[in-house]
Write a protein that binds this ligand. Structure first.
Ligand code: FAD
Ligand code: UDP
Length: 372
């Protein structure tokens, strides 16, 4: 055991990036992963020639040129641009909110007509500072769009009334006065040809790295902490400390994947269901991430159902409201005293709603701190 310099817990993007960089510096690394496969939530698996995103749609997008160049080492990216469509009670609207959406919603044709309509719709919030997500959405884009494209989806996604959610969640979404359906404003975007799993496989391919899947850190926590000089932990920070300071909140998801005997089910990779009654938030049709590649008479779709999180469920999203952020801060302080040889990293270890590019950037920053 003593021949290892690091134990990395979790073979997701954070753990893999750290392990790769450590091995590049001649360090010996052991990686353990409790699932039976590598790559964490970016895991993709080929079925019928289609790369199936096992844990929900993953689109790589970034304005960080260093990170974009970095991932090119591990995969070739296609020119996929995310352009989800919303289905509200059978009527289709383009996303994010742009001239196509405004035209579909109100029949307006020019940016000025759209501005006039939005201003009229925002009147009810005039002079008021938005206090929650509902008020923020109405003051941003007006009531029609809020009711049809935001309210139902958001309340399903977060399991809470929009009036009880923080305003910042909705500020992630662009509002555009052009006919541009690109969901992201970033400079670079794409999907790795042949899926994401290869990225992590290549990162972990070094002779200096040993990987074991199907192994849970908590089965032998004390032994690991004794035997390894340093541990990089990418699981839940509150679980690491046996929830001693209290439980952080997470949102979970249930995925329902189905193979259909048809070549093209919905004509787009992502269709959001924005009404309150449909129990899922979106349907992904995986082959459209690679422009219809794969079996011509079969397609794989996944329905995504948001779910409350309880111990034992997969903690997909940290809930970064004030209460949880404060508790996380306490865990961080606690970690600095109680777990000096443990680095906490990634979406769960740092309790941050990181996208893939941010996880790579965070891992590279940790590498800088560790080795410089
Ligand atoms: P993870 O991928 O969660 O890896 C952590 C690993 O640690 C897991 O494999 C877990 O099994 C393992 N682990 C945990 N505890 C233990 C333990 N006790 N013992 C052993 N192993 C353990 N990002 C984007 O950039 N674009 C997107 O379009 C996008 N879409 C997303 C959609 C969904 C539904 C979700 C959930 C996330 C999405 N993300 C997206 C975010 C992206 O998935 C994350 O940024 C990234 O996967 C985080 O990597 P990570 O290594 O921090 O965590
Ligand atoms: N959202 C919405 N309608 C949509 C898509 C998103 O109201 O059709 C809201 C919802 O509150 C969501 C937020 O916008 O939580 C951010 O959306 P994004 O697609 O960035 O969510 P994520 O990538 O985190 O799933």
């Amino acid at each position: 055991m003593t021949q290892y310099d690091y134990l990395v817990v979790g073979a997701g993007l954070f753990g893999a990036t750290f392990a790769y960089e450590a091995a590049q510096r001649g360090k010996r690394v052991k990686v353990i992963e409790k699932r039976d496969h590598l790559a964490g939530n970016i895991y993709t698996k080929e079925e019928f020639g289609i790369q199936v995103h096992q844990y929900g749609a993953h689109i790589f997008h970034t304005s960080n040129k260093e990170v974009w160049n970095y991932v090119q080492k591990f995969a070739e990216f296609n020119r996929y641009t995310n352009s989800p469509v919303a289905n509200y009670n059978g009527k289709m609207y383009n996303l994010p909110f742009n001239m196509n959406t405004f035209s579909e919603m109100w029949g307006v044709r020019t940016p000025q007509e759209a501005i006039d309509k939005i201003n009229e719709q925002r009147q009810e919030m005039a002079g008021k500072e938005p206090q929650n997500l509902e008020e923020q959405a109405i003051s941003l884009i007006g009531r029609d769009i809020y009711e049809k494209l935001i309210k139902g989806y958001t309340e399903k996604q977060w399991g809470r009334k929009a009036t009880e959610l923080p305003a910042f969640i909705i500020r992630r979404l662009p509002v555009r006065l052009t006919y541009d359906n690109n969901y992201f404003n970033d400079d670079y975007q794409g999907i790795p040809k042949g899926g994401y799993t290869q990225i992590v496989e290549k990162m972990l391919a070094s002779d200096l790295i040993d990987v074991e899947t199907g192994v849970d850190f908590f089965d032998q926590k004390d032994q690991y902490l004794q035997e390894f000089p340093k541990v990089v932990f990418t699981g839940m920070i509150d679980q690491f400390f046996n929830y001693e300071l209290g439980e952080l909140e997470y949102r979970s998801l249930k995925f329902e994947t189905e193979t259909l005997d048809e070549g093209n089910h919905q004509g787009n990779a992502v269709v959001n269901y924005t009404d309150a009654e449909t129990p899922y938030t979106r349907i992904i049709e995986h082959k459209h991430f690679e422009f219809g590649k794969g079996d011509e008479i079969k397609t794989v779709i996944t329905r995504e159902y948001p779910a409350d999180w309880q111990r034992g469920d997969e903690p997909y999203y940290p809930v970064n409201n004030d209460k949880n952020n404060q508790l996380y801060q306490q865990y961080q302080n606690y970690a600095a005293e109680q777990a000096k040889n443990v680095i906490f990293g990634g979406r769960l270890g740092q309790y941050k709603y990181y996208n893939m590019d941010q996880v790579i950037a965070a891992a590279l920053e940790t590498v800088q701190q560790e080795f410089n």
